[in-house]
Write a protein that binds this ligand. Structure first.
Ligand SMILES: NC(=O)c1ccc[n+]([C@@H]2O[C@H](COP(=O)([O-])OP(=O)(O)OC[C@H]3O[C@@H](n4cnc5c(N)ncnc54)[C@H](O)[C@@H]3O)[C@@H](O)[C@H]2O)c1
Length: 421
């Protein structure tokens, strides 16, 4: 199948390159010329294990362009993968998806063949039908479901193992209004042999938000239980080992720690809160998830104060990415932690195997170490992201405040405090 993908970020690159791997011809479109140049040079603009190799292997099947009007006439299906960031009031900023829909619509006006538009960006229920569909109709002068197809196909990849997730997904959710569109999407993903759930458009949109909100709930719940367990002298990891053996519960997403970050959970939970309120529902549980998540990282500062006076001290911060395996720092827990350390007069030396370039544009004034071992040569060490290499450091003689349960630090450090243990 010939497909175009608008937005060559995490979702667009992973989806486009992996679709090429399963046999499709792909046009990757982005307004960011730097990303397109990187792709042309054979380097993926986002870091995902295995993605550069797949790009090299499939380079003949992947083309790039900044211009929608070059790609759409040559393809039968367009996946919208542009960002949907958060507005100040928790709602989502639709400007990029609307812009993408406008540019697709303008090209469709003069395209004679049937074309299908698929929204992969995360958008609140109703957005595809009430916002994007009218834009496509007015720009193209054509009728949805009749002259062009429209669907939602939410993305569930996990950064850091997104390629793996693409090929071994738990499910593919297709939100569509007619059989023709459903069949086309089933055909697109057929080589994956994955379970497919067909539903209507706004239900598919809701499934994405509810999935992320539930995972975020598990994390905040595990953190609240972890706080109780620390105070009561109980090992929260042992507790969740026992709890997770119940098949109704399952053992995943119960790693008590300093909370979740990233480009999805915080913004998606906020957006669902906003959506609930628009429906006249007070989302008490969702609000508590965010409140717990906001409190959690700053507990590291309070724990440190039990050991030393922060002012003037050198604090090594291990981990800046919002989780291991990615260079993504969006909503990373390192941000509020470092901001607070600086506000309290600390000198910060940070290290991350991938995320230092992006973090240094946010915090140009702190020091960045060449290695993790160099960063822990400090008055105290904060462990913020659970990179594997932090299990290999020499923590002897160190004061460590651990947000992620690094066993070697727990065993070796002269003074050690876990956030929830
Ligand atoms: N990152 C994830 O883990 C993840 C997982 C599931 C869903 N999502 C959702 O997928 C969407 C994309 O997320 P992302 O992390 O890939 O974002 P991203 O910021 O990494 O990438 C978005 C890309 O779209 C490009 N873009 C914006 N407007 C454009 C336009 N009009 N034409 C062409 N390109 C345009 C930007 O330049 C950027 O490269 C969001 O809605 C997000 O919530 C993300």
């Amino acid at each position: 199948m010939k497909i175009s993908v608008i937005g060559a970020g995490y979702v667009g690159c992973v989806t486009g390159i992996c679709l090429a791997e399963i046999g499709h011809d792909v046009f990757l479109i982005d307004v960011d010329s730097g990303k397109l140049e990187a792709l042309r040079a054979g380097k993926c603009p986002v870091f995902e294990p295995g993605l550069n190799d797949l790009l090299a292997k499939n380079h003949r099947k992947i083309r790039t362009t900044p211009d929608v009007s070059e790609a759409i006439p040559e393809t039968e299906l367009t996946l919208i993968c542009v960002g949907t960031p958060q507005n100040g009031d928790g709602s989502i900023d639709l400007r990029y998806v609307i812009h993408a829909a406008q540019s697709i619509g303008r090209v469709l006006r003069s395209k004679n063949n049937y074309h299908t538009i698929v929204v992969k960006s995360t958008v609140l229920p109703g957005t595809t039908e009430n916002v994007l569909l009218p834009v496509l109709e007015s720009e193209s002068g054509k009728r949805a479901h009749q002259d062009f197809g429209i669907a939602t196909n939410p993305e569930f990849l996990k950064e850091g193992c997104a390629v793996q997730d693409f090929f071994h997904t738990d499910r593919i959710i297709i939100g569509a209004q007619n059989q023709k569109t459903t069949t086309l999407l089933e055909e697109l993903y057929k080589p994956l042999n994955a379970p497919v759930f067909n539903t209507n458009i706004k239900t598919a949109e809701m499934i994405k938000y509810v999935s992320n909100a539930f995972l975020a709930t598990k994390i905040s719940f595990a953190n609240e239980v972890g706080n109780m367990c620390k105070a009561a002298g109980i090992d929260t990891y042992e507790v969740f080992k026992g709890v997770g053996m119940d098949t109704r519960i399952n053992p995943h997403f119960f790693r008590s720690g300093i909370g979740f970050g990233g480009s999805c959970f915080p913004k998606d939970v906020q957006a669902l809160i906003h959506f609930a309120e628009l429906q006249g529902v007070d989302p008490k549980i969702l609000k508590a998830i965010i409140a717990t998540n906001n409190d959690q990282p700053l507990k590291m500062i309070n724990l440190l104060k039990n050991h030393l006076d922060i002012k003037g001290k050198k604090i090594g911060v291990l981990g800046l990415a919002f989780k291991p395996g990615t260079d993504d720092i969006r909503e990373s827990r390192a941000v509020p932690i470092i901001r607070q350390l600086l506000a309290e007069g600390a000198e910060v030396v940070a290290y991350d195997p991938l995320a230092m370039p992006s973090f240094s544009s946010l915090f140009p004034g702190i020091r960045y170490a060449q290695s993790a071992q160099e960063a822990i040569n400090a008055d105290a060490v904060f462990i913020v992201t659970e990179w594997d290499e932090f299990e290999d450091l020499d923590y002897q003689g160190r004061l460590v405040i651990d947000g992620r349960r690094i066993k070697k630090a727990q065993k070796e450090a002269a003074q050690y405090e876990g956030i929830c243990w």
